[in-house]
Design a protein around this ligand. Structure first.
Ligand code: SF4
Length: 315
């Protein structure tokens, strides 16, 4: 089995105490079974603290968040007490992995950086060279690839190549992607914003951003000089979301999701009190937390895009 991912994957560094939006706050932290057993057997004061902060319900075991929804091991300096006391190897799977995401195929696992992390979003937005997916690990074991997986992998490679065709303008590249995937032209509308307003919200500021975007929907969203960040974000979105089509069969909806997500990120960046790439990094981080990291929210957008495809008569 091979592990495939961005060439610069290993350059990722967590900002730890310098992170402004720590991932150790605001959402449930699921603890895998192996780590739960290890934590329950840990001796000493840290073991007692671990046991006091694990809670199990019908969905599994989690860390008991405090009143501010902070992980109980996130200390006042923004550092993790588990790492400080037991080393990085003590982390449970989700904490070791984050912000990396994995898509599973029969013959390889594809890894990427989730935009919800400000350091990951910066790495994506500021990458100058085209994203290159390379083999990061290989144990030499080979598996057969089912036809639908081979088809999807080929489609993803084609769309990435079209997104990275730097001789063409970004609108031309997007048009080429639409043509390849046979999806209609689509722009963000008031209806999309209404839908986004109805979805589950993580950061209350998101609603204000959506409201501000409403007033500027007729303005062009792809700002001059931002083609490279647009390319990198689009590639990150394609790598993250296309694989889901193996489960739900919604390949064309997912292509539209990536294109619409790119527009949402750019339009959100335009209403933030920041400029240029900094605004884009912050908008990508916000968007990812609000949409990408919620299966329900992604599902609601896919349903909406499915209707779009139906209305367009399959064109
Ligand atoms: S959001 Fe990213 S940079 Fe911040 S603490 Fe989490 S992994 Fe580190």
């Amino acid at each position: 089995m091979r592990l495939i991912g961005p060439e610069d994957m290993k350059a990722f560094r967590c900002l730890a105490g310098a992170c402004r939006h720590t991932c150790c706050r605001g959402w449930e932290i699921d603890v895998d079974e192996e780590s739960t057993a290890r934590y329950r057997a840990t001796e000493g004061a840290i073991g007692e603290r671990l046991r006091a902060n694990l809670e199990t319900d019908e969905t599994g075991t989690h860390f008991r968040l405090d009143a501010q929804e902070r992980c109980p091991f996130l200390n006042g300096e923004g550092l993790c007490d588990l790492i400080l006391e037991m080393g990085e190897d003590a982390l449970c799977q989700i904490c070791r992995d984050h912000p990396r995401f994995r898509n599973f195929y029969s013959d390889h696992v594809e890894i990427g950086l989730g935009l919800v992390c400000e350091a990951a979003a910066r790495q994506v937005v500021e990458r100058e060279e085209p994203l290159r997916l390379v083999t990061l690990e290989d144990d030499g074991v080979r598996e057969d690839v089912p036809e639908e997986e081979a088809w999807l992998q080929a489609a993803q490679s084609r769309l990435l190549a079209l997104a990275q065709h730097r001789e063409a303008s970004m609108p031309e590249r997007i048009a080429a992607i639409r043509e390849d995937a046979e999806v209609p032209e689509l722009s963000l509308t008031e209806d999309h914003l209404d839908l986004l307003m109805e979805l589950e919200v993580l950061d209350p500021a998101w609603h204000g951003i959506l409201s501000s975007m409403r007033a500027a929907l007729s303005a062009p969203w792809l700002t001059e000089g931002m083609e490279k960040p647009a390319e990198q974000l689009l590639c990150a979105l394609l790598c993250r979301h296309l694989a889901g089509a193996l489960e739900d069969g919604a390949y064309r909806e997912r292509v539209l999701l990536c294109l619409l997500s790119l527009e949402i990120i750019f339009r959100a960046s335009a209403v933030l009190e920041m400029e240029g790439r900094e605004a884009l990094i912050e908008a990508a981080r916000l968007f990812s937390g609000e949409i990408e990291y919620s299966d329900e929210n992604v599902g609601a957008l896919l349903d909406c895009l499915s209707e779009t495809l139906e209305e367009s008569g399959g064109q």
